[in-house]
Design a protein around this ligand. Structure first.
Ligand code: NI
Ligand code: MN
Length: 227
């Protein structure tokens, strides 16, 4: 059983039954919804980074340096992190996967921007999402993305989908419902909403729109779901 814990915005950590801790998009410092500080995450073995925007890159460098975690992201982003002193990296790219000791991680397409942080002036190529296979479950973190037809390719392959519903910067609730139709996951956990005023959404209203197509699990920061 993989345990998925939400920390607000697009940040989750997954605990595998072998003790591996995988953190995704650790935006904690400056995240008004975060329930933990970077040091509270304890031992972290892998950090998955969907793209370089500050609300995803977040505390990646500090956590990687403190824990020795391996950062998994696109080639461009991990190269940038290496320049910043992160020693353990694993470059992937869209459509490619790799079998890590805890399971397979594949990068999926996302339609979004590719700047690193807010003030580096550096741009990268495409952002992405992740399909993470752990403890016999497939967990899809869509990253920041518009609704894209490519999501149809995930049909039937996903147990738990972490989908943005905030609108403005990513797909909003209507398009997220269409994403659920395409992906057909068993469970959907909404993310990337209510962190800032422009992405205010009602997750209950989203759940009603999804209806019987999937089980919608609304996590408050600090809450977990056993996938
Ligand atoms: Ni973004
Ligand atoms: Mn974002």
């Amino acid at each position: 059983m993989a345990k998925i814990t939400f920390h607000g915005h697009a940040c989750f950590h997954i605990d595998a039954k072998d003790g591996t801790r995988i953190v995704i998009d650790p935006f904690l410092t400056g995240n008004p919804l975060a329930d933990v500080k970077p040091n509270d995450l304890g031992a972290v073995h892998y950090i998955l980074l969907t793209h370089g925007h500050g609300d995803h890159l977040g505390d990646t460098i500090a956590i990687a340096k403190r824990t020795g975690a391996t950062v998994i992201s696109t080639f461009e982003i991990v190269s940038f992190l290496q320049e910043k002193g992160v020693s353990k990296i694993h470059p992937l790219h869209i459509g490619g996967g790799y079998n890590f000791p805890f399971g397979r991680v594949k990068m999926t397409p996302a339609l979004h921007g590719g700047m690193i942080d807010g003030d580096t002036g550096k741009y990268t190529t495409v952002p992405g999402g992740f399909l993470v296979h752990v403890d016999g479950k497939a967990i899809y973190h869509a990253g920041d993305t518009a609704l894209i037809a490519d999501m149809q390719l995930l049909a039937g392959q996903v147990d738990t989908a972490l989908l943005p519903i905030g609108d403005n910067f990513t797909m909003g609730p209507e398009d997220a419902v269409r994403a659920v139709e395409m992906i057909q996951p068993k469970v959907v956990i909404p993310m990337h909403y209510n962190t800032f005023d422009v992405i205010r959404q009602d997750p209950q209203a989203f759940a009603r729109r999804v209806g019987s197509q999937a089980k919608v699990v609304i996590l408050k920061p600090g809450e977990s779901y056993e996938a």
